[in-house]
Design a protein around this ligand. Structure first.
Ligand SMILES: [Zn+2]
Length: 77
């Protein structure tokens, strides 16, 4: 669980309102490549053909922000 200031939360709430902002693989927001992806394969035109994920608990997502980290429970997205 990320420790965020109110200002950071507000900024990230705006980000999560754009569907393309969150990661397709883990549903979070991170600056580096997705920590959940263990292995992936691409074909020439840029389409991904294969993806393998780490199991929950097997990867370090401490730098990933999830929507539930920025939206308060009382407020629905
Ligand atoms: Zn991700």
């Amino acid at each position: 669980m990320a420790d965020l200031t109110a200002a950071q939360k507000q900024l990230l709430q705006g980000l999560f309102k754009s569907p393309e902002a969150s990661c397709l693989d883990c549903g979070g927001y991170h600056l580096r490549s997705c920590p959940r992806v263990k292995r992936q394969a691409w074909i020439g035109n840029g389409n991904r053909t294969e993806v393998e994920y780490w199991q929950s608990g097997q990867y370090d997502d401490s730098e990933t922000i999830y929507p539930e980290d920025v939206f308060d429970d009382t407020e629905s997205a």
